[in-house]
Design a protein around this ligand. Structure first.
Ligand SMILES: [Zn+2]
Length: 223
């Protein structure tokens, strides 16, 4: 059994909680499946995405089960940002699990080579990379070459949960990027789940999001 810490970065936009699935089970099922793969130790799970699009009751269940919530303008871009921050705050070896389709959206500000270099560097430093994807990729991604284990997202969710894993013990080490409720569009850390959902519905957030999108449009027209 490998007792190293594990950080899970989950792009909830490309790998959503299926309709009818209990969101409270997502954390425990990941923990159980990692244990069956020989990985134990402290675990942090961060759900990233445009969280205003996710039903509040789903977010609440995820948050109450110990999953950190991070609002980002784009799922994979958010994962890259998290991995970069993680790299500076942590040392190898660790397990880094990415749950995403790893496809860059047209408005993303991340160059493919940045992601490629980052995952290569993390792998070379001795970190174990794991990947859960929503469907089998039609062509290999740069992540495929360095990843040590893969799952199909829907199959992973159907895996059995060990009784001892129903309580998701969240790591208090440096895997935690910030407080569990963070809006990276506004750079706002919230003190509670209620503050976080209030922030996402606020005029301040809407304005910032529009400003952000406007900047991207402006950049694209000037290329
Ligand atoms: Zn915001």
């Amino acid at each position: 059994m490998v007792m190293t810490k594990t950080a899970v970065f989950w792009d909830i936009g490309s790998c959503p909680v299926p309709y009818g699935y209990d969101p409270c089970l997502v954390g425990p099922v990941i923990k159980s499946e990692l244990k069956r793969s020989g990985i134990s130790g402290p675990i942090t799970i961060t759900a990233l995405g445009k969280l205003k699009l996710i039903p509040t009751d789903v977010l609440k269940s995820l948050s109450s089960s110990g999953i950190a919530l991070r609002n980002v303008s784009q799922g994979l871009g958010g994962i890259v940002a998290c991995l970069l921050v993680w790299k500076f705050r942590n040392t190898a070896p660790a397990n880094l699990m990415v749950i995403s389709n790893l496809k860059l959206e047209p408005d993303v500000e991340v160059e493919p080579h940045i992601f490629k270099n980052l995952v290569s560097e993390l792998s070379l430093k001795g970190n174990r990379l794991l990947w859960a994807y929503p469907c089998v990729p039609s062509e290999p991604s740069c992540f495929s070459a360095v990843v040590s284990k893969t799952w199909l997202w829907t199959s992973l969710l159907e895996a059995p949960v060990d009784d001892s894993d129903h309580e998701l013990v969240v790591s208090k080490d440096k895997c935690v990027l910030s407080r569990p409720w963070y809006c990276s569009v506004c750079h706002v850390e919230c003190h509670s789940f209620e503050d976080f959902t209030t922030h996402l519905k606020s005029e301040q957030h809407d304005k910032r999001e529009l400003h952000f999108l406007g900047l991207i449009e402006h950049q694209q027209t000037n290329v």
